[in-house]
Design a protein around this ligand. Structure first.
Ligand code: SAM
Length: 310
């Protein structure tokens, strides 16, 4: 199992970012509330800092997974966020870097086949996947809840005419149309990314999101998402990074096949487990746990709407 080097700035005791005052934020002026404080993010939106910290600094601990995000470090500095507690949670840092790599791979394969297609990041937080997936001819849409998009618009204003922003609540049915996504009859498929989002929704809301994708997307479309085991539901308080935010996990999978069973147009094209990062030991442990967990502790799925589906 690959062991990460010890973090260079580990702290044994420090306030969690979600609880810190402005004086405790590394980049904050002590007299002025930082941008992060002014944004007053609710519990679930505030979790966007966790993957942002991993993309900014995770390469220090897991060099082979470094994503070389061109903007994450500056975004954290502009926010005035103290993210040391997140970097102490190395399993989560690893999960985020692994999923970033998996998403890049799915995206690059998709746009190699469809260089002019649309990519959509649902619950985008402060990710900037278009830095890696811009073909020079494709379109991009980043969408999240209004409070997150207000922050994003300040920090990551649009510079490319092929990219746009939108406010969306995925818990409200009808988001496909509200976002102006292509019709089912369009020739060009769509790539949807939904990372670190669906576990915060209720199971019936997740099923509705997947069913809306299945019902609405043109053939050849893909959706890449991450999943937690169902055993994690209701246990966010025990998660080192998510627990202090107050957010809760409401949705997890019992079996990966459940994803495609939501709608007849859906096909589970690929499933991955983060255990692959831990070599043979991880794979063996994954096999050992599977009969009990039914799914990876943390995994990725690529869903497709296939040609020829009704
Ligand atoms: C852990 S963050 C992940 C952010 C981003 N996807 C990333 O990986 O950096 C969870 C994100 O899900 C978004 N989210 C949660 N519920 C949502 C909903 N109902 N509609 C849209 N976005 C939602 C939050 O606002 C937040 O940005």
């Amino acid at each position: 199992m690959p062991q990460p080097p010890p973090p260079s700035r580990r702290r044994s005791a420090h306030p969690h970012p979600a609880q810190a005052t402005s004086a405790q934020h590394g980049d904050c002026d002590t007299d002025q509330p930082c941008l992060l404080e002014r944004a007053q993010l609710h519990a679930v939106p505030s979790t966007l800092l966790i993957p942002l910290a991993a993309r900014a600094h995770g390469g220090r601990y897991f060099a082979w997974l470094a994503c070389h995000d061109a903007v994450a470090t500056q975004l954290l500095a502009a926010l005035g966020a103290d993210i040391h507690a997140y970097l102490d949670d190395l399993p989560t840092v690893l999960n985020v870097l692994w999923r970033t790599r998996a998403i890049k791979q799915v995206g690059q394969a998709f746009f190699a086949e469809h260089p002019q297609a649309l990519g959509v990041n649902l619950g985008c937080g402060l990710t900037h996947h278009f830095q890696w997936l811009d073909t020079g001819a494709n379109q991009w849409l980043d969408a999240d809840l209004p409070e997150v998009m207000a922050l994003r618009e300040q920090l990551l204003p649009l510079h490319c005419p092929r990219a746009r922003h939108a406010r969306v609540d995925l818990a409200q049915p009808g988001w496909w149309k509200r976002l102006g996504l292509p019709k089912k009859t369009d020739a060009q498929p769509v790539l949807l990314i939904c990372e670190g989002v669906l576990m915060y929704l209720q199971p019936e809301q997740v099923h509705a999101v997947l069913a809306e994708f299945a019902q609405s997307a043109p053939p050849g479309s893909r959706m890449v998402l991450d999943v937690l085991t169902r055993q994690a539901v209701g246990r966010a308080a025990t998660h080192a990074s998510v627990g202090p935010t107050g957010a809760e996990f409401h949705w997890g999978v019992g079996r990966m096949a459940e994803l495609e069973q939501v709608h007849p147009r859906l096909a589970l094209l690929r499933e991955q487990s983060v255990s692959e990062c831990y070599g043979w030991t991880g794979i063996a442990l994954d096999m050992l746990w599977r009969p009990w967990l039914g799914a990876p502790l943390y995994g990725m799925a690529t869903l497709g709407v296939e040609h020829g589906s009704p």
